[in-house]
Write a protein that binds this ligand. Structure first.
Ligand code: WTA
Length: 646
C-alpha cells in the first residue's frame, strides 16, 4: 500500500486551538498515568449538586465486575444542559431548528425558552405519573419537541429510550416491552424529504403488541388526521396548556441511569445499552469541546437523527452541556436538491458540521456544482462518524466542502462508548485520510490477536480498550450477564469493541470494520441475525443467512440467502414480497439489497453456516473460497456461485 498523504495542522489552527500537539500528549499521558486526579479535575466542567470526590472505580474481571464513575456525586443532567447557562447566556440561542421544507421558517429557542419548554414537558410527564427511574419511550420526528421530551425525562430522572422514527411498529413494540415502558411520546406524523411518516399509526400498531404501554403523548407536528384513543392518548398541546412553566430538576446520583438506547449486536435481539448520568454527560461534553474545538457563540450542526447515539451525544447532550447553539435538521441531505446541506450551512452560519460518510458519498456522486453554488465560509471544522471514511470521500469533504481550510475530524466510537474514543483534535493532530488517528484522553486502546495477545507497534488485529472511561455503558438493560458476556468475555479484562483495526508506524489507528456479524449500512448498525430472524418469520422461508457486501454509497449493503420451504417456488414476486416483509418487520434501513434463493446453505458437518463463504460469494470473490472440503455438502457452493445476484 502506498504511504497515505499527511495533512499537517494548519498554522492558523496551531495558533488558535485550545489544545496543540504537545498539549494533547500531556493530556493523554496524564489521563492514563493518573486517571483519578485527571477526571476529578475534568468533572469541574459540570455543575454538581454534590461534587464527587471519587473518580473511576471499576474492574473488568469476571469475579469483581463493576464500573462506577463519580459515584458519590449528585447532579441533574438537564439542569447542566439548561439552567446553569441562564445566568450568563439566557438570551443565547440553544437550538436552531431547520424544517424539512426550506420554504417554511426556521425556529429558534434561546436557553431561557428551552428552559420553559422542557419544564412544561416535564410537568406534562409528571401529570401522567412519570417519576424518577420510570422508562419513557420516545418515537419522534426531528422536531424541537423531541429535544424537549428527552431533556424533560432527564429533568425528572426518568430513563428515556429513543426509538428511531424509521423503525417499524414491530421493532417499536419490542423496545417498549423490553424496558417495560408505560409511556410513549410520539407525533401525529413525521416529515422527511417531502414525505410523510405515519408515526401515530405506527405507534397504534405497536401498542397492540406492547401490553406495558398505558399512555401515549402525541405532539401535533403536521396536523394530519389521526385517531386518538380515549383514556390512553393525550394531545401534548392540550396537556401542556394546563401545566406550570417551572419544574424543579431532580437530584440524581452520578450513576443513576440517564437513558437506554437499543443497538444491534451479532446475536439475538437488539440490546438496551444503558448510560448513566455523570460519566456520560462529562464524556459527551468533554469530547464535544475537544474534538470540535468548540467556542462560545459557534453554531454546531450534527446532521444525525436523535434516534441514534450520535444525535444523543452531539445534537443534544454534548453541545447543550457546553452552552452551544445546536442545529437540529428535520430533513434529509438531498431534498429538495443536493445543495440543501450547504444552503443550511450558509443560512445558519454553521461553524462545525458533523455527518456520515454515506451522506458524503451520495452527495459526491452529484458532482461539485451543488456545493460550489454556496459559500460555506462559516465552516471551521468538519466531522465524520458512523463508519470508516474512504479516502476519496475524505478528500472531497476536505477539498470541495471545506475548501481545504477545515480539518476533517474522523471520530471512531460506538453507542456503547457514549462519545468519541479515537479522533483527531483540530489543533493537535496531523491528519491521514481514512484514519481516526489517535485516542482521546482517557482512552487506552490495544490491538490484540485472536488469542488475546497484545500486539505492539505497527500491526493489525482486534480493537480492545484496556481501561474504563467515564462515558462507558454500564449494562444491558435487564441483562447484566449479557453485558459481561458480549464485551468482556472474549478478551478477559478488556472491553472488546467488535471492530478490527490496524495501527501504523506513527501510532495512528485505522478502523477496518466489524469483525463480528454486525454490518454497517449507511452508518447504521444492523445485526445479520436480526434480518435473518425477520426473514424466517415469513411463512415461505425455511432458512436464511445474511451477510454484508460492499456498496458504493451505503458502505455495506444487505445480501440475503434464502432457502424456501420444500413446495414453494422462487419467484420475482416472492423476492419483492420478502424485501417488503423485512421492511415492515424491522424498518426501511433493514431492507435487503439482494436476495438470492438458495436450495442449500454451506454448512459444516456440525450444522454451522460458513458465513465466510457466503460473504465471498456475495462479493463476487469466488476464486479464493478457501477450504470447502469440511462442508457437509460441498456441492451447494457451485449452485450458490451460479445463482449469485449481481
Ligand atoms: C463503526 C456510531 C470507522 C464501527 C457512533 C463501530 C466507525 C460502529 C466510525 C458503531 C469511524 C463508527 N470509523 N468505523 N469513524 N464510527 N464506526 O453504535 O464499526 O451506531 O463499532 O455508533 O460503527 O456504531 P454505532
Amino acid at each position: 500500500m502506498s504511504e497515505p498523504q499527511v495533512y499537517p495542522v494548519p498554522e492558523a489552527w496551531k495558533r488558535r486551538a485550545r489544545v496543540d500537539a504537545k498539549g494533547y500528549e500531556t493530556l493523554h499521558g496524564r489521563s492514563i498515568a493518573d486517571p483519578g486526579s485527571f477526571w476529578l479535575e475534568q468533572a469541574r466542567r459540570l455543575d454538581w449538586i454534590k461534587r464527587p470526590e471519587l473518580a473511576g472505580d471499576w474492574s473488568f474481571d469476571e469475579n469483581d465486575f463493576h464500573i462506577n464513575w463519580f459515584a458519590d456525586g449528585k447532579l441533574n443532567v438537564a439542569a447542566n444542559c439548561i439552567d446553569r447557562h441562564l445566568k450568563d447566556r439566557a438570551a443565547a440561542t440553544a437550538i436552531i431548528w431547520e424544517p424539512d421544507d426550506p420554504e417554511e421558517p426556521a425556529r429558534r429557542y434561546t436557553y431561557l425558552e428551552l428552559h420553559r419548554e422542557v419544564c412544561r414537558f416535564a410537568n406534562v410527564l409528571k401529570a401522567q405519573g412519570v417519576r424518577k427511574g420510570d422508562r419513557v419511550t420516545i418515537y419522534m420526528p426531528m422536531i424541537p419537541e423531541a429535544a424537549f421530551a428527552v431533556l424533560a425525562c432527564a429533568r425528572l430522572g426518568a430513563i428515556h429510550s429513543v426509538v428511531f422514527a424509521g423503525f417499524s411498529p414491530e421493532a417499536l413494540a419490542g423496545r417498549i416491552t423490553d424496558c417495560d415502558s408505560a409511556v410513549l411520546i410520539t407525533a401525529d406524523e413525521g416529515r422527511r424529504g417531502g414525505k410523510r411518516v405515519p408515526l401515530k399509526a405506527n405507534a397504534d400498531a405497536a401498542a397492540k403488541h406492547a401490553p406495558a404501554l398505558e399512555k401515549m403523548i402525541v405532539v401535533k407536528a403536521t396536523g394530519a388526521d389521526i385517531a386518538m384513543q380515549d383514556g390512553r392518548d393525550i394531545w401534548y398541546h392540550e396537556a401542556s396548556a394546563e401545566v406550570s412553566e417551572d419544574c424543579p430538576a431532580e437530584a440524581m446520583d452520578a450513576e443513576d441511569p440517564l437513558f437506554i438506547l437499543y443497538t444491534s449486536g451479532s446475536t439475538g435481539k437488539p440490546k438496551g445499552v444503558l448510560h448513566t448520568s455523570g460519566g456520560y454527560l462529562l464524556w459527551a461534553s468533554y469530547t464535544h469541546e475537544l474534538a470540535f474545538d468548540y467556542r462560545e457563540g459557534e453554531v454546531f450542526w450534527c446532521a444525525a437523527d436523535i434516534g441514534w447515539v450520535t444525535g444523543h451525544s452531539y445534537i443534544l447532550y454534548g453541545p447543550l452541556a457546553n452552552g452551544a447553539t445546536t442545529l437540529m435538521y428535520e430533513g434529509v441531505p438531498n431534498w429538495p436538491d443536493s445543495s440543501r446541506m450547504w444552503q443550511v450551512v450558509d443560512k445558519h452560519q454553521v461553524t462545525s458540521l458533523y455527518t456520515a460518510p454515506t451522506a458524503l458519498r451520495a452527495l459526491m456522486a452529484e458532482g461539485d456544482e451543488p456545493v460550489k453554488a454556496t459559500s460555506r465560509a462559516s465552516l471551521r471544522v468538519l466531522g465524520s462518524v458512523g463508519e470508516p471514511i474512504n479516502p476519496e470521500a475524505w478528500r472531497w469533504y476536505y477539498e470541495v466542502v471545506g475548501d481545504s481550510r477545515c480539518p476533517i475530524i474522523d471520530t471512531w466510537w460506538q453507542t456503547e462508548t457514549g462519545g468519541h474514543m479515537i479522533a483527531p483534535l483540530p489543533g493537535a493532530t496531523a491528519l491521514k485520510p481514512g484514519s481516526a488517528t489517535l485516542p482521546m484522553p482517557g482512552v487506552d486502546p490495544q490491538i490484540v490477536d485472536a488469542e488475546g495477545q497484545i500486539l505492539h507497534g505497527a500491526t493489525e488485529g482486534n480493537l480492545v480498550i484496556a481501561k474504563s472511561w467515564p462515558g462507558q455503558m454500564r449494562t444491558v438493560w435487564g441483562d447484566h450477564d449479557r453485558f459481561f458476556q458480549t464485551y468482556f468475555s472474549t478478551y478477559p479484562g478488556k472491553y472488546f469493541t467488535g471492530d478490527g483495526c490496524r495501527r501504523d508506524a506513527d501510532g495512528y489507528y485505522w478502523i477496518t470494520g466489524r469483525v463480528d456479524d454486525v454490518i454497517n449500512v449507511s452508518g447504521h448498525r444492523m445485526g445479520t441475525a436480526e434480518v435473518e430472524s425477520a426473514l424466517v418469520a415469513h411463512p415461505h422461508v425455511a432458512e436464511a443467512a445474511v451477510v454484508g457486501r460492499p456498496h458504493d454509497v451505503k458502505g455495506q449493503g444487505i445480501y440475503a440467502y434464502v432457502t424456501l420451504n420444500a413446495n414453494d417456488e422462487p419467484t420475482e414476486e416472492l423476492r419483492r414480497e420478502l424485501r417488503q416483509w423485512v421492511r415492515s418487520e424491522i424498518g426501511p434501513i433493514a431492507t435487503p439489497d439482494a436476495i438470492q434463493f438458495a436450495p442449500g446453505l454451506p454448512k459444516t458437518r456440525s450444522g454451522k453456516i460458513m458465513r465466510r463463504i457466503l460473504r465471498k460469494i456475495a462479493e463476487g470473490d469466488t476464486s479464493s473460497l478457501g477450504d470447502t472440503s469440511t462442508l457437509a455438502d460441498p456441492a451447494v457452493v457451485d449452485d450458490l456461485i451460479a445463482n449469485r445476484v449481481a
